[in-house]
Design a protein around this ligand. Structure first.
Ligand SMILES: Nc1nc2c(ncn2[C@@H]2O[C@H](COP(=O)(O)OP(=O)(O)OP(=O)(O)O)[C@@H](O)[C@H]2O)c(=O)[nH]1
Ligand SMILES: [Mg+2]
Length: 229
């Protein structure tokens, strides 16, 4: 739920969801470093809060705040859930108020079923909101490793789970983009790009769709023009 404060600030909540160990904390760490070091459209506002076990696995959640440099009044609250199965009740709480979701897959082939389980749980918690009211993007993370699944394999999972629309369905333009990624700082791939697209979509849902996926004719014509240019 996008929040507007009395001093006209806008807070947008973006959540990284995915199975334990898929790389959510590492992604946000890398995003933090990247946006600190490079001249990008967002910059960290304060420190990253990480609540973790000695193993490094998240115990409650991670939270960071990023500020838009173009529109100084826009802030992104970025959260990661604790992915281990036993933290399911906590994840449900952290999901509340989310405006955009980035689903982080551990792309290693042997973890195929665990990722599906995590996606099913997300769907249950989101109660049918995904795509229609809450944009969702996918990161196939750990693509630096061998023996990993590819984008078309994950697209099939999205189809099976009802998270993929075929044209001429009007929601097809909001199908999740599937990014192949690596979260490790030294080999990073698609960390900023995926965040940026999620931020863009949450903004568009608010501005053009009043909090839902915009599918009216004027909007669609405009998007087509932007894509073609
Ligand atoms: N090779 C490789 N390792 C990664 C990548 N991303 C994360 N890792 C490693 O995977 C392990 C788990 O990463 P985390 O970021 O803690 O995973 P998480 O999703 O936050 O896990 P939970 O907090 O338990 O839900 C760490 O050892 C990371 O260094 C990646 O893209 N490639
Ligand atoms: Mg974590």
């Amino acid at each position: 739920m996008v929040r507007f404060t009395a001093d006209h600030r806008v807070y947008i909540k973006i959540l990284y969801w995915g199975m334990g160990g898929s790389g959510k904390t590492t992604i946000v760490d890398t995003l933090f470093r990247l946006t600190n070091e490079q001249n990008l459209e967002i910059e960290p506002s304060g420190n990253l809060t990480k609540i973790a076990m000695a193993s490094g696995s998240t115990l409650y959640f991670d939270r960071g705040i990023f500020q838009s440099k173009k529109t100084r009044k826009v802030f992104y609250h970025v959260y990661t859930v604790a992915g281990q199965s036993r933290f399911s009740p906590l994840r449900k709480k952290i999901y509340k108020g989310t405006d955009g979701v980035i689903f982080v897959v551990d792309a290693q082939t042997h973890l195929f079923e665990d990722n599906i389980e995590s996606l099913k749980e997300l769907k249950k918690v989101a109660k049918g909101d995904l795509i229609k009211e809450t944009p969702i993007l996918i990161m196939l993370n750990k693509k630096d490793l061998t023996e990993t699944i590819n984008g078309s394999e994950f697209e099939q999972i999205l189809r099976d789970e009802g998270l993929w629309y075929d044209p001429p369905h009007r929601l097809a333009i909001w199908n999740p983009i599937i990014y192949e990624s690596c979260a490790l700082y030294n080999k990073q791939k698609n960390i900023y790009r995926s965040f940026n697209e999620c931020a863009r979509r949450t903004g568009i849902y608010q501005i053009y769709g009043n909090g839902t996926a915009p599918v009216n004719d004027d909007f669609l014509k405009n998007e087509k023009k932007v894509k073609e240019s």
